[in-house]
Design a protein around this ligand. Structure first.
Ligand SMILES: [Fe+2]
Length: 317
């Protein structure tokens, strides 16, 4: 089989000037990444969630990003991220007063809204010699009907027709430092970020076992927006992905790399070569409005929105 290429891009979230918050730097970074990806002409693009900044509350952000992705003329499949739907399920509040963690729990309605724009998930399909699969693990422990479907889908991975490679796309990292690490405590300020970024036990172990049974040999996760050198556990390689708009958690690991960009993957008969492509330049745009983070609904000030905003940064002539 001839060598072929796909792109894995995650955490795009450019936001929209119609929103209560907007950062032109995030917006321009997506335009830069988008043009780079188009120039590479991959056969396929896999998107690891957080397509939108606030798709969880705005249909218009889904509409804008669907138009942006569709017009790239590259076939793509996407899983949701927490900014598109809702956060990882919790029954406890965290320590940040501006954030209602329980109120941010993912809901069925949010998941359905994502599917209306970007299709049903979980999904699994074969392209040439690679099986690609994707799902939203933040559902674990939620009790939602979609969670039941997720566990069944994971159980059934082992029944799928095998391909030469099996590449899994998830949004939350399956683990922060190590597969066997203890759960982080949402109530402790110093552990909150690690709680926020990863999947807890016992779900983590169940998911890992399903990956092994399903012959998954490569996992891409997003959400953290800071890369690390690939980690191999048993026969599975785990890749943490960069973000497009900004980086996070940069201070967690000495070998963490906050460079913005995406993965360009070369597939041969024998291997999948994962090549990181940094943004060829990072936006220096200034301005913008609104509060960042997971703020409460009453803190969203839509009087700040500038629906007629047009970019002042460089555009292709
Ligand atoms: Fe995320």
């Amino acid at each position: 089989m001839n060598t072929w290429y796909f792109v894995h891009v995650s955490d795009i979230q450019p936001g929209s000037p119609r929103s209560f918050r907007f950062n032109p730097r995030y917006y321009e970074n997506w335009q830069i990444a988008r043009e780079q990806i188009m120039r590479l002409k991959p056969e396929l693009m896999v998107i690891g969630g957080d397509i939108t900044r606030d798709g969880s509350v705005h249909d218009f952000e889904f509409q804008e990003m669907k138009a942006s992705l569709d017009s790239m003329q590259i076939p793509y499949r996407a899983i949701p991220g927490n900014m598109d739907t809702g956060n990882k399920h919790t029954v406890k509040q965290g320590p940040r007063p501006e954030r209602d963690d329980i109120g941010l729990n993912v809901t069925s309605e949010q998941l359905r809204r994502f599917s209306r724009y970007f299709g049903e998930f979980p999904w699994s399909f074969v392209h040439k010699n690679v099986r690609f699969s994707g799902f939203y693990a933040a559902l674990a422990g939620s009790g939602l009907p979609e969670e039941k479907r997720m566990w069944q889908w994971l159980e059934d991975l082992k029944k799928l027709e095998p391909a030469q490679h099996h590449i899994m796309t998830i949004h939350y990292a399956l683990f922060i430092d190590d597969l066997e690490e203890s759960n982080f405590d949402i109530t402790k300020p110093e552990e909150y970020p690690a709680w926020y970024f990863g999947i807890d036990q016992p779900y983590r172990r169940h998911i890992f076992e399903a990956f092994k049974a399903g012959n998954v040999n490569m996992v891409f996760s997003g959400h953290i927006q800071c890369r690390r050198p690939v980690q191999a556990i048993d026969s599975i390689q785990f890749y943490k992905s960069a973000g497009i708009p900004f980086s996070q958690f940069d201070d967690r690991w000495p070998d963490g790399d906050p460079t913005l960009g995406f993965y360009h993957c070369r597939v041969t008969d024998d291997e999948v070569d994962v090549i990181f492509v940094p943004l060829e330049r990072e936006s220096t745009a200034t301005g913008g409005w609104g509060k960042g983070g997971h703020i409460k609904p009453e803190d969203r000030d839509y009087s700040l929105a500038q629906p007629d905003w047009s970019s002042g940064f460089s555009k292709k002539k």
